[in-house]
Ligand binder design. Structure first.
Ligand SMILES: Cc1ncc(COP(=O)(O)O)c(C=O)c1O
Length: 374
C-alpha cells in the first residue's frame, strides 16, 4: 500500500522541481486587503475590456435553456460562426478554455520529454509555463532592445537545438509591438511549428493579421481569444486555427467538454454583435493614443509604441535613466490607491510598468495618481 509519506515520491521529478505559478489576486480579496470597496478599484493589470461583454452576449447567457446538459464537445455552432467570421474552413478551428488551453494542447501533442521549444522573451509567460509542465526544454532567444525579433539568432537556435515549436506573440505581451508578416513568413521557412499568438489582433493594424498565411504554410498555428476584444475573459474561451491534420491530434486529446455552455453561447453572440464590441474596440484604440500622450507628458514614464490594448512604460529617474526602484514604488503607490497596473520583477523588465487601456474615467484616476507622484 502507498502511504501518505510516499506521495512526494509519486510526483514527476520535473513537476516537483517546478516553481508554483503565482496567480493574480481576485478583486474582492484585493479590495479587502486595501480596505477599499471593490467598485472603486481601477483594474488596468490584465488587458481586459473595460466596457465588458456585448449586451447581446449577456442576454444570450440569461436566456440559455441548456445549462443542465453537457455542452457540444465539437463546438459546432460556434466553429461554424467563427469559420464565417475569420474566413477559414471549420476543420482548421479548435476551441479551448481560453487560448491558454490551446497552447497546452499543442504542447501536449507535440512534446516528448526533453524536446525543445523556442521562446522569445520578454513575452507571454504561458509559453514557458506550459513547456515546463509538458517536460519540454525551453530555448530562449531574447527580443532586441526595441522588442523586435532577432531573426538571425532564431535561425541559429533552430539549427542548433532543433526545437519543435516556436512561439511568437504578435502583438507581443507585454511590449505591445507586432511582428511584420514578412518576418513571420521568413520564420515559416524554418523547420519548426510557428505558433503566432494574436490574442490582441482586434486592436491592431490589419496588416499584421497572420490568418491568410495559413493557406500557404502548413507549419503555422494562429491563436485567438474572446478574452480581450469580446470582454469574456471570465468565461474562458479562445481558439486555435491550424492545419486540419494537426487539429485532428488535438481533438483526440482534448477534454470532451473543455468549453462550457455559457462560454459557447456568449462567444456566439459576440460574433454577431455589430454595435457594442466594434464601438468598444474603437474607444480603446482612441483612448490608447490619449493615454500614451498623457503618460509621455509626465516626463518620467516612457511609453513604447503599441498595437495592443495596453502600454508598456519604462520608468526613468530625473536624469532619464531606467529606474527599477521607482517602477516598483509606482506600482505599490498605485495599488495602495486601488489602481492596479502590472509590474514585473524580472531583470529585463524591472524598470517597467504595463498599463491596460481603460475608460477615460479610469485614466483620469490613474493620471492624477501618477502626477501626484512625479
Ligand atoms: C499573448 C497572449 N496570449 C494568450 C493569452 C491568454 O488568452 P486566454 O484568456 O484566451 O487564455 C494572453 C492573456 O493575457 C496573452 O497576453
Amino acid at each position: 500500500m502507498t502511504r501518505l509519506a510516499d506521495v512526494p515520491n509519486l510526483i514527476r521529478p520535473d513537476i516537483a522541481d517546478l516553481e508554483a505559478y503565482t496567480p493574480i489576486l481576485p478583486l474582492d480579496v484585493l479590495a479587502e486587503r486595501l480596505h477599499l470597496p471593490v467598485e472603486s478599484l481601477v483594474k488596468l493589470d490584465a488587458n481586459e475590456n473595460p466596457y465588458g461583454p456585448a449586451p447581446a452576449a449577456l442576454a444570450a447567457l440569461a436566456h440559455e435553456a441548456h445549462y443542465a446538459i453537457y455542452p457540444d464537445p465539437e463546438h459546432t455552432a460556434l466553429r461554424r460562426a467563427l469559420s464565417d467570421f475569420i474566413g477559414q474552413p471549420i476543420e482548421r478551428i479548435l476551441c479551448g478554455a481560453g487560448a491558454d488551453e490551446v497552447i497546452d494542447l499543442l504542447l501536449r501533442v507535440i512534446l516528448q520529454p526533453g524536446d525543445c521549444v523556442l521562446d522569445c522573451p520578454p513575452t507571454f509567460g504561458m509559453y514557458a509555463f506550459d513547456t515546463a509542465i509538458n517536460a519540454g526544454n525551453r530555448i530562449v532567444v531574447p527580443r532586441r532592445a526595441d522588442f523586435s525579433l532577432d531573426l538571425p539568432a532564431i535561425g541559429q537556435a533552430v539549427a542548433t537545438h532543433h526545437p519543435k515549436v516556436l512561439f511568437i506573440a504578435s502583438p507581443n505581451n507585454p511590449s505591445g509591438n507586432a511582428t511584420p508578416l514578412a518576418e513571420i513568413i521568413q520564420l515559416l521557412q524554418l523547420p519548426v511549428l510557428v505558433v503566432v499568438d494574436q490574442a490582441y489582433i482586434e486592436f491592431t493594424d490589419p496588416m499584421y493579421d497572420a490568418l491568410d498565411l495559413l493557406g500557404q504554410h502548413e507549419n503555422l498555428v494562429v491563436l485567438r481569444t474572446f478574452s480581450k476584444w469580446a470582454g469574456l475573459a471570465g468565461l474562458r474561451i479562445g481558439y486555435g486555427v491550424m492545419h486540419a491534420q494537426l487539429a485532428t491530434h488535438l481533438w483526440k486529446i482534448k477534454q470532451p467538454y473543455n468549453v462550457n455552455q455559457a462560454a459557447l453561447v456568449a462567444a456566439l453572440a459576440a460574433l454577431h454583435d455589430s454595435e457594442h464590441l466594434p464601438q468598444s474596440i474603437a474607444a480603446i484604440v482612441a483612448e490608447r493614443e490619449r493615454l500614451i500622450a498623457a503618460v509621455q507628458s509626465l516626463g518620467w514614464l516612457q511609453p513604447y509604441p503599441t498595437q495592443a490594448n495596453f502600454v508598456l512604460c519604462r520608468v526613468t529617474d530625473a536624469a532619464g535613466q531606467p529606474a527599477p526602484a521607482r517602477a516598483a514604488q509606482t506600482y505599490q503607490h498605485l495599488q495602495q490607491q486601488g489602481i492596479l497596473v502590472r509590474y514585473y520583477r524580472k531583470p529585463d523588465l524591472n524598470d517597467c510598468i504595463r498599463i491596460s487601456v481603460g475608460t477615460p474615467a479610469q485614466h483620469e484616476r490613474l493620471l492624477a495618481a501618477l502626477r501626484a507622484m512625479g
